[in-house]
Design a protein around this ligand. Structure first.
Ligand code: CUA
Length: 364
């Protein structure tokens, strides 16, 4: 029969063997052998990579195991598919000048059942495994320390209700279970300490939770893992995991600094209290101003907004306006719509006055 006869393929009897794969011995066995070899290499590579920082919580090892299992399951699938695809492209490509159509194929029921069933079983097994692990990690523990975490553009603050302490630092006792209750004052953020592995979104109107037990003394960072605005990348804060005794003394110090200590002592070397007995430094700290602004007296080094050590127009009227209506006058070199517009609602008039006075004093 003629090679160029268009009717040849449709009228002929049994299909002729395609000359392009004639002589290829056991192509499927070869592809599978290559795929298995490549999968083993792939698994070895992904398991050798240190994907995460040193674990610092009980949950971390379990999560790392889940991650390894996922890699072991997904890498061979990727490698196998790619091997078959690349092998077929290279080995069975049309020779130059070969313009014939490929053999007509109407599907292969057995193959389709296999490639639906295997992924279905794998995904189901992984889902059950993940559910068991999550259920285990989220189990309530005795003697849990509750920490309210609040995200706002662009800072985190922490509140220890049982200790009656509020702070901009996260300090945690080693080996004591912690329950983080995560809130946000404005947009979506995501609370993440990579060394603890667990991560949860902070969602307006909701309280989300994470339970974990820090088990390694050290200094880590809370990272915001959800794009939340121009200062997103600066939304980081220190986490310290300390021995229980150090945690107790930290709690005592915080209480003293807030003036609520049993001894009633004034915090040494602190800023003078601002208007109406409200401490402007505390307002500055509690509202996270330092994550966007530089201010030497507060040890703040933010660069998202203007340097508050040298305010353009150092009058109380201007400073007040810049806090409550920040886009009215935008400092040269900075953009509008970055500073939250609602500090006028969030701050009481006492707090606002104290903050203005505090910033004014910093200008001298
Ligand atoms: Cu908050 Cu990103």
């Amino acid at each position: 029969m003629s090679e160029r006869d268009p009717a040849a393929g449709t009228t002929a009897g049994p299909p002729e063997e395609d000359p392009r794969i004639r002589g290829e011995r056991h192509p499927i066995a070869r592809m599978i052998a290559l795929g298995i070899l490549a999968s083993l290499v792939g698994i070895a590579i992904v398991l050798a990579i240190d994907w995460f920082p040193t674990p610092a919580a009980g949950s971390a090892d379990t999560i790392d195991t889940v991650y390894d299992v996922l890699l072991i399951c997904s890498v061979p699938i990727f490698v196998l598919v790619m091997t078959v695809a690349i092998y077929s492209v290279v080995r069975f490509r049309a020779k130059p000048g070969d313009m014939r159509d490929g053999a007509p194929i109407h599907g292969n029921t057995r193959l389709e059942v296999v490639w639906v069933t295997i992924p279905f079983l794998m995904v189901t097994a992984l889902a059950i495994y993940g559910w068991i692990v999550l259920d285990d990690l989220e189990a309530k523990q005795p003697n849990t320390l509750v920490v309210n975490v609040t995200g706002q553009q662009f800072t985190w603050s922490f509140d220890y209700p049982s200790e009656k302490v509020k702070s901009n630092q996260l300090v945690l006792p080693k080996d004591r279970p912690v329950e983080f209750r995560i809130h946000t004052k404005d947009v979506l953020h995501s609370f993440w300490v990579p060394e603890f592995r667990l991560k949860s979104d902070a969602v307006p109107g909701l309280t989300t939770k994470i339970r974990l037990t820090p088990n390694r003394i050290g200094r880590y960072q809370v990272v915001c893992a959800e794009l939340c605005g121009i200062g997103h990348s600066t939304m980081r804060q220190n986490v310290r995991v300390v021995p229980t005794s150090e945690f107790s003394s930290w709690v005592d110090n915080q209480k003293q600094a807030a003036g609520g200590a049993p001894g009633g002592e004034q915090a040494g070397g602190g800023e003078e209290a601002g208007g109406g007995g409200t401490d402007g430094a505390a307002v500055f700290a509690a509202n996270g101003c330092g994550s966007c602004h530089t201010l030497k007296p507060a040890n703040a080094t933010g660069t998202v907004g203007p340097d508050l050590d040298k305010i353009d127009n150092p009058t109380s009227a201007f400073i007040k306006q810049s806090i409550t209506d920040p886009d009215k006058v935008v400092t040269k070199g900075f953009q509008p719509n970055i500073m939250p517009q609602d500090f006028g609602d969030k701050l009481s008039s006492d707090e606002l006055d104290a903050l203005v006075e505090y910033l004014l004093k910093a200008q001298k």
